[in-house]
Design a protein around this ligand. Structure first.
Ligand code: ASP
Ligand code: MG
Length: 406
């Protein structure tokens, strides 16, 4: 017997038939002798509609009232899932966040879970009752309902699994696991049996949309075993595990890409102390997240070029910030491009093996793909390339690292 948290995303509870399907899945896990808590998202598209309603009624920003509205999506699904479970003859009950409670800070719209009072849930589960808990919401330290930021149900589920000391947190979604690359682009992509938390974290922040980044951090911190699997098939999923729990002994576990990048270059900035701070200070003040940064030493000791990347949606603001700080920074010209994509190879095997980056550069060179910018961490190498080469680059790298399905 195990204690399990099962999380179902928006598409898994997208209509009545799917909600009944979820109930059957939960029943099978329960009938196998497990203690079960279920975490659900809102029905797919529901949160988007609620956000639109808020925006349509008022242009004022009121995060507390926003939370009151958007948190209702998950209240609907916990009730419906509990009903569907009871229909199958199971004992079940829905638990709105304040009835447990799940406590968070009062940062409305982007709250962080602080604690979960699991005693009432544990008692219910011991009685053989299935606890149905909403993702995405909590009770803030101001006593009002909060939401955790879009995609936050993953984090709710992992946090609940940690608090319940569950044996595993199963995240049911519309893909059947974590793949070596986006299977819609790389047809030879394979499903991984296991991936480490660190690789998953890189993958999530590099564009793979399987799990919300914060949920991965949470799982890593509390050592929750997380499994990603499909609610529409019986295939085993992908286990997200600690590095010591062993992963397949590939050097590289996957190729990720992020299309929402933009590149900014300052031509001829002075090569002297303080210049980088004068560029990135105003960007940070404007809350613009900078990703890759490249600067070389100057040849003549006077000036050099500096390139950095930002999210595409921040490009306009970044250019405005740099332009209005032109006098303080000092540069000749500002150029930018939004038709770029970041492609990354990820793998904990890199820690102990040489030549991973070389293989990437050679494979891209063989296809005539120019690398504009490079950045690395201990377990990933990222390059910025022209967007038009995205598919070619992904497929080429997938083959180059021996990841193609047989
Ligand atoms: N329903 C919320 C959203 O759409 C939370 C989630 O699905 O994870 O962002
Ligand atoms: Mg989601």
């Amino acid at each position: 017997m195990a204690r399990l948290v099962l999380k179902f995303g928006g598409t898994s509870v997208g209509d009545v038939a799917r909600i009944k399907n979820v109930a059957r899945r939960v029943k099978a896990v329960y009938d196998a002798g497990n203690e079960v808590a279920v975490v659900v998202s809102a029905m797919s598209g529901q949160t988007d509609s609620l956000v639109k309603l808020v925006d349509a009624v008022s242009s004022k920003i009121d995060d507390a009232e926003y939370d009151v509205v958007v948190a209702t999506g998950e209240l609907v699904t916990i009730g419906l899932v509990a009903l569907a479970l009871k229909d199958l003859g199971l004992k079940a009950r829905s638990w709105p966040s304040w009835e447990i409670p799940i406590r968070s800070d009062a940062a409305h719209g982007k709250a962080r879970i602080q604690s979960i009072e699991v005693q009432p849930l544990l008692e219910a589960m011991k009685r053989g009752e299935i606890a149905v808990v909403p993702g995405f919401q909590a009770m803030g330290s101001d006593g009002r309902i909060t939401t955790l930021g879009r995609g936050g149900s993953d984090t709710s589920a992992v946090a609940l699994a940690a608090a319940l000391k569950a044996d595993r947190c199963d995240i049911y979604t519309d893909v059947d696991g974590v793949y070596t690359a986006d299977p819609r682009i790389v047809t030879k992509a394979r499903k991984l049996d296991k991936i480490t938390f660190e690789e998953m974290l890189e993958a999530a922040s590099l564009g793979a949309k399987v799990l919300q980044t914060r949920s991965v951090l949470m799982g890593m911190k509390h050592k929750v075993v997380v499994q990603v699997l499909s609610s529409f098939s019986d295939a085993p999923g992908t286990l997200v595990v600690d590095e010591e729990d062993g992963v397949e002994d590939e050097l590289v576990s996957g190729i990720a890409y992020s299309p929402n990048e933009a590149k900014v270059t300052l031509i001829k900035v002075a090569d002297k102390p303080g210049v980088a701070a004068r560029i990135f200070g105003p960007l940070s003040d404007a809350n613009i997240n900078v990703d890759m940064i490249v600067q070389n030493v100057s040849d003549d000791g006077k000036s050099t070029d500096l390139t950095f990347t930002v999210g595409r949606s921040d490009l306009k603001r970044a250019l405005q910030v740099i332009e209005s700080a032109k006098a303080q920074i000092g540069y000749e010209r500002l150029v930018s491009a939004a038709d770029v994509v970041k492609v990354s190879v990820i793998g904990v095997g890199m820690r102990s093996h040489a030549g991973i980056a070389y293989r990437m550069f050679q494979a891209l060179a063989d296809k005539g793909i120019n690398i504009q910018t490079i950045s690395t961490s201990e377990i990933k190498v990222s390059v910025l390339i022209a967007e038009e080469y995205t598919e070619l680059a992904l497929r080429t790298l997938h083959t180059a690292y021996g990841l193609d399905a047989a």
